[in-house]
Design a protein around this ligand. Structure first.
Ligand code: FAD
Ligand code: SF4
Length: 323
């Protein structure tokens, strides 16, 4: 059952920031994640602040330098269907298209997708685990089939967002409004690894709101893609997902971003794969090497070793498709 909270619907960012000043105030965008968390008692809320009435937070518009601005309240469905995103920022359109179900894509927003809470079944269940302020991680020696193979340090979640790895690969930034100020942050620096703080997911201060996402102008020769593997042929989170952004000149790779979902507590840059791709001809030899390099240093838990060959196969197929 939903707990009692007061509901505020401000009409400006300043009013929203003010309403968020209470300790356990929560932002509500589409509500597809927030309401489930409140209903399940994952965390409390005294005030729920809807951004639905704030002007200027929706829509996709070109920027003066040839990039793209996506308002924080833009739905995942709008992003998946946007012709310019499909053409120039393909990885983002492909990632948005495989988020959840059509109903959730129509309701869920891009900022909510970046800021959603982890899906670890212990965290979402009745377990007072480390991330919830308890003393231990139940997944480490428990049911950890869906957990991370990189970056686990006291907490072994995987970051649940499909759009976040695509936005990291494409070099996007978020703009953030706070108490009397605004700032920008690369999406790559938005999520907190457990090594920094296992009880925090975002480098946002209390009261801060993501207002927009900005994509840089696409570099000539940019090809990008996103694909994920799930455990069933219907809506589900990624067991393994790969966002690629390659800048190809002739048959050589000038630049490469390889970002994994379902692999780590944050969108995970496979930097060794990126290094092995840069400056190489995109042939079978390079592809095989890059797929292996991506898994270098993986530390699977007792039940998720299957992710290593899964990622290798996925990366190989994705690179072959772009070659
Ligand atoms: C059944 C189900 C299946 C799903 N499958 C997938 C999937 O396959 N892939 C995937 O990526 N996601 C999946 N999701 C998650 C879903 O995509 C996200 O819940 C959705 O995009 C969140 O957007 P929202 O606007 O509804 O967020 P909300 O529920 O409104 O908010 C989510 C969180 O973000 C915070 N927040 C929202 N907006 C802002 C903002 N502007 N600034 C700062 N913080 C903010 C909220 O306080 C809250 O903590 C699934 C969810 C469900 C319920
Ligand atoms: S992986 Fe993280 S969220 Fe899951 S039980 Fe362990 S500490 Fe909690």
């Amino acid at each position: 059952m939903l707990p009692k909270f007061s509901y505020v619907r401000p009409s400006s960012i300043d009013q929203a920031v003010e309403a968020l000043a209470t300790d356990t105030a929560r932002i509500h965008s589409g509500g597809t994640d927030l309401i489930g968390c409140l209903r399940d008692g994952t965390f409390p809320a005294s005030v729920v602040v809807s951004l639905g009435g704030v002007d200027g937070l929706r829509g996709i518009t070109p920027t003066a330098d040839g990039g793209l601005r996506i308002g924080a309240m833009t739905t995942i469905a709008e992003i998946a269907a946007h012709a310019l995103i499909q053409e120039k920022y393909t990885a983002l359109a492909e990632a948005a298209a495989v988020v959840a179900s059509p109903q959730l894509r129509n309701q869920g927003t891009i900022a909510g997708n970046l800021c959603q809470k982890p899906r670890c079944w212990y965290y979402r269940g009745d377990f007072d685990c480390l991330r919830k302020g308890g003393e231990m991680c139940y997944a480490y020696e428990g049911e950890n089939q869906g957990h991370c193979i990189f970056g686990g340090n006291t907490c072994y979640i995987v970051h649940p967002s499909d759009t976040a790895p695509a936005l990291v690969a494409l070099g996007a930034i978020v703009r953030i409004a706070g108490n009397g100020s605004s700032r920008s942050l690369p999406v790559e620096k938005l999520h907190v690894p457990p090594s920094d703080d296992p009880q925090r997911e975002l480098y946002l201060e209390p009261g801060e709101i993501i207002t927009e996402i900005v994509l840089p102008p696409p570099t000539a020769g940019l090809k990008s893609s996103y694909r994920k593997v799930r455990s069933r042929a219907t809506w589900d989170f990624a067991l393994a997902g790969v966002a690629l952004a390659l800048v190809i000149d002739g048959d050589a790779v000038n630049n490469a971003q390889v970002v994994l979902s379902g692999a780590a507590p944050v969108p995970w840059r496979a930097t060794k794969a990126e290094k092995s791709l840069k400056g190489s001809k995109l042939d079978q030899e390079t592809i095989k090497k890059a797929a292996k390099a991506a898994m270098n240093g993986a530390e699977p838990l007792s039940q998720n070793g299957y992710k290593i060959p899964l990622f290798e196969g996925l990366i190989k197929e994705q690179l072959e498709a772009l070659a």
